[in-house]
Design a protein around this ligand. Structure first.
Ligand code: SF4
Length: 359
Protein backbone atom coordinates (compact mmCIF):
# COMPACT_ATOMS: atom_id res chain seq x y z
CA UNK A 1 0.00 0.00 0.00
CA UNK A 2 1.35 3.45 -0.82
CA UNK A 3 1.91 5.98 1.93
CA UNK A 4 -0.69 8.19 0.19
CA UNK A 5 -3.32 5.42 0.46
CA UNK A 6 -2.42 5.03 4.16
CA UNK A 7 -2.75 8.75 4.71
CA UNK A 8 -6.08 8.85 2.80
CA UNK A 9 -7.46 6.14 5.05
CA UNK A 10 -6.11 7.86 8.18
CA UNK A 11 -7.91 11.02 7.04
CA UNK A 12 -11.15 9.06 6.64
CA UNK A 13 -10.81 7.62 10.16
CA UNK A 14 -10.14 11.07 11.60
CA UNK A 15 -13.13 12.56 9.80
CA UNK A 16 -15.46 9.80 10.98
CA UNK A 17 -14.21 9.95 14.57
CA UNK A 18 -15.11 13.64 14.60
CA UNK A 19 -18.52 13.10 12.94
CA UNK A 20 -21.38 14.77 14.81
CA UNK A 21 -24.15 14.52 12.22
CA UNK A 22 -26.56 12.58 14.44
CA UNK A 23 -27.39 14.23 17.79
CA UNK A 24 -28.64 10.91 19.20
CA UNK A 25 -25.19 9.35 18.70
CA UNK A 26 -23.27 11.73 20.93
CA UNK A 27 -20.78 9.71 22.99
CA UNK A 28 -21.13 6.54 20.86
CA UNK A 29 -18.12 4.68 19.46
CA UNK A 30 -17.66 5.32 15.74
CA UNK A 31 -16.64 1.84 14.57
CA UNK A 32 -14.05 2.68 11.96
CA UNK A 33 -10.32 2.05 12.36
CA UNK A 34 -7.57 -0.14 10.94
CA UNK A 35 -9.41 -3.02 12.61
CA UNK A 36 -12.06 -2.80 9.85
CA UNK A 37 -9.58 -4.35 7.43
CA UNK A 38 -7.00 -3.37 4.89
CA UNK A 39 -7.78 -0.28 2.78
CA UNK A 40 -6.12 -2.34 0.02
CA UNK A 41 -8.94 -4.91 0.10
CA UNK A 42 -10.65 -5.78 -3.18
CA UNK A 43 -13.87 -6.59 -1.40
CA UNK A 44 -15.94 -4.58 1.06
CA UNK A 45 -18.72 -6.07 3.22
CA UNK A 46 -21.30 -3.61 4.53
CA UNK A 47 -23.53 -4.55 7.46
CA UNK A 48 -26.33 -2.55 9.07
CA UNK A 49 -24.80 -1.05 12.24
CA UNK A 50 -22.49 -2.07 15.09
CA UNK A 51 -24.25 -4.38 17.55
CA UNK A 52 -24.31 -3.73 21.30
CA UNK A 53 -22.57 -7.03 22.12
CA UNK A 54 -20.45 -7.10 18.96
CA UNK A 55 -18.70 -4.22 17.24
CA UNK A 56 -19.81 -1.56 19.75
CA UNK A 57 -17.99 -3.59 22.44
CA UNK A 58 -15.01 -4.90 20.42
CA UNK A 59 -14.62 -1.96 17.96
CA UNK A 60 -14.25 -4.59 15.22
CA UNK A 61 -17.20 -4.90 12.84
CA UNK A 62 -18.84 -8.36 12.82
CA UNK A 63 -16.75 -9.63 15.68
CA UNK A 64 -17.59 -10.79 19.17
CA UNK A 65 -21.26 -11.77 18.84
CA UNK A 66 -23.33 -14.42 17.03
CA UNK A 67 -23.49 -12.40 13.78
CA UNK A 68 -19.71 -11.98 13.92
CA UNK A 69 -19.10 -15.69 14.52
CA UNK A 70 -21.34 -16.61 11.58
CA UNK A 71 -19.74 -13.99 9.35
CA UNK A 72 -16.22 -15.18 10.15
CA UNK A 73 -17.18 -18.80 9.44
CA UNK A 74 -18.84 -17.83 6.15
CA UNK A 75 -15.95 -15.79 4.77
CA UNK A 76 -13.59 -18.60 5.73
CA UNK A 77 -15.74 -21.05 3.76
CA UNK A 78 -15.51 -18.70 0.78
CA UNK A 79 -11.71 -18.94 1.02
CA UNK A 80 -11.30 -15.41 2.41
CA UNK A 81 -9.62 -14.20 5.56
CA UNK A 82 -10.29 -11.01 7.50
CA UNK A 83 -6.88 -9.75 6.40
CA UNK A 84 -8.05 -9.52 2.78
CA UNK A 85 -11.52 -8.05 3.29
CA UNK A 86 -12.71 -4.66 4.47
CA UNK A 87 -15.76 -4.76 6.74
CA UNK A 88 -17.90 -1.80 7.69
CA UNK A 89 -21.48 -0.81 8.43
CA UNK A 90 -24.02 1.46 6.78
CA UNK A 91 -24.23 3.25 10.12
CA UNK A 92 -21.02 3.53 12.13
CA UNK A 93 -22.58 4.13 15.56
CA UNK A 94 -24.71 1.65 17.52
CA UNK A 95 -28.39 2.73 17.43
CA UNK A 96 -30.29 1.78 20.61
CA UNK A 97 -33.87 1.96 21.85
CA UNK A 98 -35.04 3.54 25.12
CA UNK A 99 -34.14 0.37 27.02
CA UNK A 100 -30.59 0.35 25.68
CA UNK A 101 -31.15 -2.56 23.28
CA UNK A 102 -30.09 -2.63 19.64
CA UNK A 103 -32.57 -0.78 17.41
CA UNK A 104 -32.82 -0.49 13.63
CA UNK A 105 -31.19 2.74 12.42
CA UNK A 106 -33.61 5.46 11.30
CA UNK A 107 -33.64 6.55 7.66
CA UNK A 108 -32.22 9.91 8.76
CA UNK A 109 -29.21 8.26 10.46
CA UNK A 110 -28.61 5.97 7.45
CA UNK A 111 -28.74 9.00 5.15
CA UNK A 112 -26.31 10.93 7.36
CA UNK A 113 -23.86 8.05 7.51
CA UNK A 114 -24.05 7.46 3.74
CA UNK A 115 -21.57 10.34 3.52
CA UNK A 116 -19.15 8.30 5.62
CA UNK A 117 -19.81 5.20 3.53
CA UNK A 118 -18.94 7.15 0.39
CA UNK A 119 -15.57 8.33 1.72
CA UNK A 120 -14.74 4.78 2.82
CA UNK A 121 -15.51 3.42 -0.66
CA UNK A 122 -13.49 6.24 -2.23
CA UNK A 123 -10.51 5.38 -0.01
CA UNK A 124 -10.67 1.58 -0.34
CA UNK A 125 -11.84 1.38 -3.98
CA UNK A 126 -13.18 -2.18 -3.65
CA UNK A 127 -13.97 -4.08 -6.84
CA UNK A 128 -16.78 -5.96 -5.14
CA UNK A 129 -19.20 -4.55 -2.57
CA UNK A 130 -21.35 -7.03 -0.62
CA UNK A 131 -24.28 -5.69 1.36
CA UNK A 132 -25.46 -7.79 4.31
CA UNK A 133 -29.18 -7.27 4.86
CA UNK A 134 -31.85 -4.92 3.58
CA UNK A 135 -30.65 -1.84 5.53
CA UNK A 136 -27.16 -2.04 4.06
CA UNK A 137 -28.59 -2.51 0.56
CA UNK A 138 -30.92 0.46 1.13
CA UNK A 139 -27.97 2.61 2.25
CA UNK A 140 -26.18 2.08 -1.06
CA UNK A 141 -29.07 3.88 -2.84
CA UNK A 142 -27.92 7.14 -1.25
CA UNK A 143 -24.64 6.78 -3.14
CA UNK A 144 -26.08 5.71 -6.49
CA UNK A 145 -29.76 4.98 -6.88
CA UNK A 146 -30.85 1.48 -7.93
CA UNK A 147 -33.87 -0.83 -7.81
CA UNK A 148 -32.21 -3.91 -6.32
CA UNK A 149 -34.11 -5.67 -3.57
CA UNK A 150 -32.88 -8.37 -1.25
CA UNK A 151 -35.62 -10.85 -2.18
CA UNK A 152 -35.11 -10.48 -5.94
CA UNK A 153 -31.40 -9.79 -6.18
CA UNK A 154 -29.88 -11.92 -3.43
CA UNK A 155 -26.68 -13.66 -4.61
CA UNK A 156 -26.52 -11.77 -7.93
CA UNK A 157 -23.72 -9.62 -9.32
CA UNK A 158 -24.92 -6.13 -10.29
CA UNK A 159 -23.23 -3.07 -11.76
CA UNK A 160 -23.25 -0.24 -9.27
CA UNK A 161 -21.01 2.80 -8.70
CA UNK A 162 -18.44 1.49 -11.18
CA UNK A 163 -18.04 -1.82 -9.34
CA UNK A 164 -19.92 -5.06 -8.61
CA UNK A 165 -22.64 -5.07 -5.96
CA UNK A 166 -23.77 -8.39 -4.47
CA UNK A 167 -26.77 -8.23 -2.11
CA UNK A 168 -26.74 -10.92 0.61
CA UNK A 169 -28.72 -11.56 3.78
CA UNK A 170 -27.42 -10.51 7.18
CA UNK A 171 -25.53 -13.36 8.93
CA UNK A 172 -27.32 -12.72 12.25
CA UNK A 173 -29.55 -15.33 13.93
CA UNK A 174 -32.80 -13.56 12.94
CA UNK A 175 -31.96 -13.45 9.21
CA UNK A 176 -30.93 -17.14 9.32
CA UNK A 177 -34.66 -17.94 9.70
CA UNK A 178 -35.20 -16.56 6.18
CA UNK A 179 -31.96 -17.85 4.71
CA UNK A 180 -30.31 -20.69 6.57
CA UNK A 181 -26.62 -21.30 7.04
CA UNK A 182 -26.36 -23.77 4.12
CA UNK A 183 -27.92 -21.26 1.70
CA UNK A 184 -25.72 -18.48 3.06
CA UNK A 185 -22.68 -20.72 2.63
CA UNK A 186 -23.51 -21.03 -1.05
CA UNK A 187 -23.92 -17.23 -1.17
CA UNK A 188 -20.40 -16.77 0.14
CA UNK A 189 -18.99 -19.31 -2.33
CA UNK A 190 -20.60 -17.19 -5.02
CA UNK A 191 -18.95 -14.06 -3.61
CA UNK A 192 -15.57 -15.85 -3.52
CA UNK A 193 -15.96 -16.81 -7.16
CA UNK A 194 -17.05 -13.28 -8.19
CA UNK A 195 -13.98 -11.88 -6.46
CA UNK A 196 -11.67 -14.40 -8.16
CA UNK A 197 -13.18 -13.46 -11.53
CA UNK A 198 -12.75 -9.74 -10.84
CA UNK A 199 -9.17 -10.45 -9.85
CA UNK A 200 -8.57 -12.59 -12.92
CA UNK A 201 -9.90 -9.96 -15.29
CA UNK A 202 -7.51 -7.49 -13.70
CA UNK A 203 -4.66 -9.94 -14.24
CA UNK A 204 -5.76 -10.69 -17.81
CA UNK A 205 -2.65 -9.28 -19.39
CA UNK A 206 -0.29 -10.05 -16.57
CA UNK A 207 1.69 -13.21 -15.88
CA UNK A 208 -0.09 -15.80 -13.86
CA UNK A 209 1.68 -17.27 -10.89
CA UNK A 210 1.24 -20.95 -10.34
CA UNK A 211 -1.24 -21.85 -7.60
CA UNK A 212 0.66 -23.26 -4.65
CA UNK A 213 -1.89 -25.57 -2.98
CA UNK A 214 -1.06 -29.29 -3.19
CA UNK A 215 -4.55 -29.79 -4.64
CA UNK A 216 -3.20 -28.29 -7.85
CA UNK A 217 -0.58 -31.03 -8.00
CA UNK A 218 -3.51 -33.47 -8.01
CA UNK A 219 -4.99 -31.58 -10.96
CA UNK A 220 -1.65 -31.75 -12.80
CA UNK A 221 -1.37 -35.46 -12.07
CA UNK A 222 -4.88 -36.19 -13.38
CA UNK A 223 -4.28 -34.23 -16.59
CA UNK A 224 -0.95 -35.97 -17.09
CA UNK A 225 -2.56 -39.39 -16.54
CA UNK A 226 -5.40 -38.75 -18.98
CA UNK A 227 -3.17 -36.79 -21.41
CA UNK A 228 -6.30 -35.13 -22.76
CA UNK A 229 -9.75 -34.68 -21.22
CA UNK A 230 -12.73 -32.38 -21.20
CA UNK A 231 -13.00 -29.69 -18.55
CA UNK A 232 -16.30 -31.35 -17.62
CA UNK A 233 -14.46 -34.60 -16.89
CA UNK A 234 -11.84 -32.82 -14.79
CA UNK A 235 -14.52 -31.21 -12.61
CA UNK A 236 -16.34 -34.51 -12.10
CA UNK A 237 -13.12 -36.48 -11.51
CA UNK A 238 -11.97 -34.06 -8.81
CA UNK A 239 -15.40 -34.32 -7.18
CA UNK A 240 -15.30 -38.14 -7.22
CA UNK A 241 -11.79 -38.12 -5.81
CA UNK A 242 -12.95 -36.05 -2.83
CA UNK A 243 -16.17 -38.04 -2.53
CA UNK A 244 -14.39 -41.43 -2.36
CA UNK A 245 -11.73 -40.06 -0.01
CA UNK A 246 -14.42 -38.71 2.32
CA UNK A 247 -16.21 -42.04 2.20
CA UNK A 248 -13.17 -44.22 2.77
CA UNK A 249 -11.02 -42.10 5.08
CA UNK A 250 -13.50 -39.58 6.50
CA UNK A 251 -11.63 -36.61 5.03
CA UNK A 252 -11.36 -34.81 1.72
CA UNK A 253 -8.40 -35.34 -0.59
CA UNK A 254 -8.21 -31.76 -1.86
CA UNK A 255 -9.15 -28.41 -0.35
CA UNK A 256 -11.27 -27.46 -3.36
CA UNK A 257 -14.86 -26.29 -3.09
CA UNK A 258 -17.76 -27.89 -4.99
CA UNK A 259 -21.10 -26.32 -5.65
CA UNK A 260 -24.16 -27.65 -7.48
CA UNK A 261 -24.55 -26.42 -11.03
CA UNK A 262 -27.03 -27.47 -13.74
CA UNK A 263 -24.91 -30.45 -14.83
CA UNK A 264 -23.86 -31.56 -11.36
CA UNK A 265 -20.86 -30.76 -9.13
CA UNK A 266 -18.73 -27.85 -10.19
CA UNK A 267 -15.29 -27.22 -8.72
CA UNK A 268 -15.10 -23.49 -7.93
CA UNK A 269 -11.29 -23.37 -8.22
CA UNK A 270 -11.42 -24.74 -11.76
CA UNK A 271 -13.84 -22.02 -12.74
CA UNK A 272 -12.02 -19.46 -14.80
CA UNK A 273 -8.82 -19.52 -16.80
CA UNK A 274 -6.89 -21.26 -14.01
CA UNK A 275 -4.95 -23.26 -16.60
CA UNK A 276 -3.08 -20.11 -17.68
CA UNK A 277 -1.07 -20.45 -14.48
CA UNK A 278 0.44 -23.66 -15.83
CA UNK A 279 2.18 -22.02 -18.77
CA UNK A 280 3.05 -24.29 -21.68
CA UNK A 281 2.40 -27.63 -20.01
CA UNK A 282 -1.37 -27.36 -20.37
CA UNK A 283 -3.07 -26.46 -23.62
CA UNK A 284 -6.76 -25.91 -24.15
CA UNK A 285 -8.75 -26.73 -27.25
CA UNK A 286 -12.38 -27.03 -28.25
CA UNK A 287 -13.84 -30.37 -29.28
CA UNK A 288 -17.49 -30.81 -30.27
CA UNK A 289 -18.26 -27.46 -28.66
CA UNK A 290 -16.67 -28.38 -25.30
CA UNK A 291 -13.52 -27.03 -23.74
CA UNK A 292 -10.78 -29.68 -23.43
CA UNK A 293 -7.34 -29.62 -21.87
CA UNK A 294 -4.24 -31.42 -23.00
CA UNK A 295 -1.00 -32.24 -21.18
CA UNK A 296 2.08 -31.13 -23.09
CA UNK A 297 5.36 -32.88 -22.40
CA UNK A 298 8.17 -30.36 -21.84
CA UNK A 299 10.85 -33.03 -21.46
CA UNK A 300 13.66 -32.46 -18.98
CA UNK A 301 12.44 -29.00 -18.08
CA UNK A 302 9.14 -30.23 -16.71
CA UNK A 303 8.52 -30.56 -12.99
CA UNK A 304 6.77 -33.81 -12.14
CA UNK A 305 3.51 -33.51 -10.20
CA UNK A 306 4.53 -33.35 -6.54
CA UNK A 307 2.45 -36.17 -5.08
CA UNK A 308 3.85 -38.81 -2.79
CA UNK A 309 3.46 -42.51 -3.58
CA UNK A 310 0.46 -42.95 -1.31
CA UNK A 311 -1.36 -40.02 -2.90
CA UNK A 312 -0.58 -41.34 -6.37
CA UNK A 313 -1.90 -44.78 -5.41
CA UNK A 314 -5.18 -43.28 -4.27
CA UNK A 315 -5.61 -41.11 -7.38
CA UNK A 316 -4.70 -44.09 -9.61
CA UNK A 317 -7.26 -46.27 -7.81
CA UNK A 318 -9.99 -43.66 -8.30
CA UNK A 319 -9.12 -43.16 -11.97
CA UNK A 320 -9.19 -46.96 -12.47
CA UNK A 321 -12.54 -47.07 -10.70
CA UNK A 322 -13.88 -44.39 -13.04
CA UNK A 323 -12.46 -46.30 -16.02
CA UNK A 324 -12.75 -45.17 -19.59
CA UNK A 325 -16.19 -43.62 -19.73
CA UNK A 326 -17.70 -40.95 -21.92
CA UNK A 327 -18.73 -37.68 -20.24
CA UNK A 328 -22.36 -38.86 -20.20
CA UNK A 329 -21.37 -42.04 -18.32
CA UNK A 330 -19.32 -40.03 -15.85
CA UNK A 331 -22.26 -37.72 -15.27
CA UNK A 332 -24.47 -40.72 -14.37
CA UNK A 333 -21.82 -41.97 -11.93
CA UNK A 334 -21.60 -38.58 -10.24
CA UNK A 335 -25.39 -38.34 -10.00
CA UNK A 336 -25.42 -41.65 -8.10
CA UNK A 337 -23.27 -40.27 -5.24
CA UNK A 338 -25.13 -39.54 -1.99
CA UNK A 339 -24.63 -35.73 -2.00
CA UNK A 340 -26.00 -35.48 -5.55
CA UNK A 341 -28.92 -37.81 -4.77
CA UNK A 342 -29.79 -35.65 -1.74
CA UNK A 343 -29.52 -32.53 -3.87
CA UNK A 344 -31.81 -33.99 -6.56
CA UNK A 345 -34.37 -35.05 -3.95
CA UNK A 346 -34.39 -31.58 -2.42
CA UNK A 347 -34.75 -30.09 -5.90
CA UNK A 348 -37.78 -32.28 -6.57
CA UNK A 349 -39.26 -31.07 -3.29
CA UNK A 350 -38.95 -27.51 -4.62
CA UNK A 351 -35.81 -26.43 -2.71
CA UNK A 352 -33.53 -24.43 -4.97
CA UNK A 353 -30.17 -26.18 -5.28
CA UNK A 354 -28.23 -24.07 -7.74
CA UNK A 355 -24.89 -22.89 -6.24
CA UNK A 356 -25.41 -24.90 -3.04
CA UNK A 357 -22.27 -26.47 -1.62
CA UNK A 358 -21.70 -30.22 -2.08
CA UNK A 359 -19.45 -32.46 0.02
S1 SF4 B 1 -24.13 7.29 12.80
FE1 SF4 B 1 -22.68 7.95 11.27
S2 SF4 B 1 -23.37 9.94 10.63
FE2 SF4 B 1 -24.33 9.53 12.58
S3 SF4 B 1 -22.93 10.37 14.09
FE3 SF4 B 1 -22.38 8.22 13.85
S4 SF4 B 1 -20.77 8.30 12.34
FE4 SF4 B 1 -21.83 10.24 12.18
Amino acid sequence: MTSKACQDFEDVIERVQGCALCPEMVGCTRVLSWANGSPDAKIMFIGEAPGRLGADRTAIPFHGDVSGDNFEKLIQLAGLSRREVFVTNAVLCNPRDDKGNNAPPSRKVVKNCAKNLKIQIDAVQPKVVVTLGASALGATKFLEDHNFTLSENVRTANDWLGRTLVPLYHPGARAMIHRNFAAQTADYYFVGEILRRADNSEKKNRDFSKPSSSSWEVVRYIIQRYESLSLFKLHKTMYLLDFYSLKEFGKRFSNFVYIRQKDGPYCVELGSRWFKAFGNEIQTFSLEGKLHIRWVSLGLFQEKPLLDEEQKRFVDAVLDRIGIVADSGLKSRVYLTEPMKASLLAERAGVRQLNRPLL
